[in-house]
Design a protein around this ligand. Sequence first.
Ligand code: ADP
Ligand code: MG
Length: 696
Amino acid sequence: MKNMKNPLSTEIKFLKGVGENRAQSLRKLGIETIGDLLEHFPRDYINRFARQRIEDLIPEERNSFIGEVIAVEKKRVKNKFQLHVVISDGREYLFCIWFKFGKWLQDKFETGQKIWVSGIVTVFAGSFQMIHPEIEILDEDSSPEDYWHKRSVLPVYPLTGTLSINFMRKLVLKAFELYHMQIVETLPAPIIQKYQFESRLDSLRQIHFGEDQKEIWKARNRFIFEELFYYQLMLARSHHQHHHQFQGHVFQLKRTLTTRLKESLPFELTRAQKRVIREIVEDMTSARQMNRLLQGDVGSGKTIITLFAMLLAVENDYQAILMAPTEILAEQHFRNFSNLLLEQLNIKIVMLKGGNYRGKKDDKKRIAVGEADIIIGTHALLQKDVFFFNAGLIVIDEQHRFGVKQRAVLAETNQKPDLLYLSATPIPRSLALTLYGDLDISILDELPPGRKPVKTIWHDEHQKNSAYIEARRQVEQGGQVYIVCPLIEESEKISLRDAETVYLEVSTRIFPDFKCSLLHGRIPSQEKDEIMEKFKRGEIQVLVSTTVIEVGIDVPQASVMIIEHAERFGLSQLHQLRGRVGRGSAESYCFLISYSPISKEGRERLKTMVASGDGFKIAEKDLELRGPGEFFGTEQSGIPVFRHADLVRDQKILVQARKEAFEIIEKDHELCLPEHENLAVKYFAEYFEKEKLFDF
Ligand code: ADP
Ligand code: MG
């Protein structure tokens, strides 16, 4: 790109005092250039003259503390050495303890030193301690002519390898002195005025060398805004393209199939369902390509909406495609759709699964020549030899289970199908605005009438019998029970109640006179399906399972969910599991059974589950507890890594940045107005490439 020798993109190794080795370590911190170094922000600040008290430390939390070293001792405990450094505020003591340490560490300490320590504070035998804290000796290495010698506030930078904090401070100072003239403003003037930001230069100065916490945070907010703003610009451009450039099909609401579907339903649609259908119809009947995310809590009735959209495509003689993340789900959709009168409507449904099986070739052919109207499948739909005759609509269920690339493959057919993404896991707003910020979003925020909230009860291991007694009572009255366990086989290391043990126990001791089955990921999929089918038909009363039943499974007669080792599950997962019951008219129960020890976070999760049935609230809490990277579990989710912004902490700034970015793109989508010149330079240099990820 036209990235003309910006001095800030000088490689870091050319800065005096760096060299190859240190450049290597700096690279590990994401610092490749001078510009990166200047944006490597302190993660903490030490105020070396602040008065501190040990009595103010908060146990179980990370604390920073400054005090005086009054004793350094190598102790022998059970044949192993520990290093104990005792720090005092003049009244009380804090014990800093290392179980692993080298001589170099021991030699660092001297009594009388002023020292900063940071770590989790615990209380042991009545005194405060920190295990393996971070430390900084405050008068080490600092000569009177040193810049930092006179400062009361010292930045604490993230470090790696052999880099020392003093080296880092000196390096940032030097880079700033040499290059500060090159730091240009990148935000448009009206935004700077509106939010009363300082200039980019002054903000950087505050962040590295400021002495006032309030000013420092104000400066940091500017960078948080800036980072989110550029990301939102990218989303806004993609959104704009979908709305103004990409041509989609113009479907007509012919009402042949769609109306017959509505008439055949045994229930009235909820207000939210009607609203969302309107939103979808509006997209599909317009000339632009639909690119919409449908979010709804478990049981809010997404299936019927999906079917409605698909029938709208089919009544216009286009194919409608539904991709599900697992075979169980694909098959459930297949059955549901077949049941919902499609045969009478004379619609041909084809299902495509992975692997080789009889009839697959024929199915592919029927898809390619247009003999299939509705196509339901798994990842198998993404294979190169699958051709659609005329894809009018693609629905992607549980879209976060598919990577961005896989979604792109489906959407890339040159048939420009309308796209509808479904999410059964409510996504916290800040994540939705980031990850799916280029999509239009429909929210189903109403459950069908008559749903009773699931009674959620948290029992510890000693009370678990009462859960099983209730389960038995329900089964005697015709109900069905899920029992979910975290692992398949007994592991020797941790005594978890695994699915097999639980199955043996409940089938012999609690439900000997009823039919119990065991379901887990290692059972061949055909057998799995048979078990699920039998459970659905009520031939099995008790289903012991791992989390394979987590998403989407719909068995309205099931009224009890027992979750063993509930303390080990994530919040959104618990909510999903609980959503498997309470789908019928009977009173339903969810028993969360926990085993000690339970972490503080585990307790939080279980408390949240008992207190709330609202998937969106639970999702917000989950995000708060786990952070954005972990929210979707281990699946690839494409959540961007921000340098400065934190999607939990910075939601307000995110919403502001998004609003500004969308307004700018609305006015000037190619960023060619003169007032957007600086903006355009930075945007096209840093973000243009990434745009491609959203280009579908
Ligand atoms: P989800 O959003 O979790 O996919 P489903 O579409 O599976 O939810 O719907 C859950 C259950 O609610 C199904 O049994 C469905 O038939 C039923 N349902 C959907 N919409 C309504 C409604 N408006 N009134 C009553 N029941 C409904
Ligand atoms: Mg569903």
